[in-house]
Design a protein around this ligand. Structure first.
Ligand SMILES: [Zn+2]
Length: 121
């Protein structure tokens, strides 16, 4: 296969397959954690092959270091530190830091802007 951008329909299929794999990983985690890790591995392979990102809702559900599927309360700890979400991987000890919801900041800003406008009247 040649390198470069894939047609959109191909990327859509890759994303759908990644969603299916992560859903399965979630479902089987309690009974077969090793299968979950295999699903993550497959999903990441798709992500590389199609040069597309792991869907946002799943991007926090696997360890970027050891590629284990993470389930809060089972093999990872999620903590809010300052304005970051810290995800501590219980498998390898890696900590992932994810900036906490940009949307919230935007909303606050919108509120501030509208208040300012009212005051200007
Ligand atoms: Zn890890």
């Amino acid at each position: 296969m040649s390198r470069g951008k894939r047609p959109k329909w191909m990327i859509d299929i890759a994303i759908e397959r990644m969603n299916i794999l992560f859903n399965r990983a979630e479902m089987e985690f309690i009974t077969h954690p090793e299968r979950s890790n295999r699903y993550v591995e497959l999903a990441l392979k798709l992500s590389t092959k199609y040069n597309t990102k792991v869907p946002y809702e799943w991007s926090k559900r696997y360890c970027k270091e050891c590629k284990s599927f993470l389930k809060p309360g089972h093999n990872c700890t999620v903590r809010l530190v300052n304005s970051e979400v810290n995800i501590f991987c219980g498998e390898c000890g890696h900590v992932m830091k994810i900036p906490y919801r940009k949307e919230k900041k935007l909303k606050r800003r919108a509120k501030y802007e509208s208040r300012k406008e009212r005051n200007d009247e």
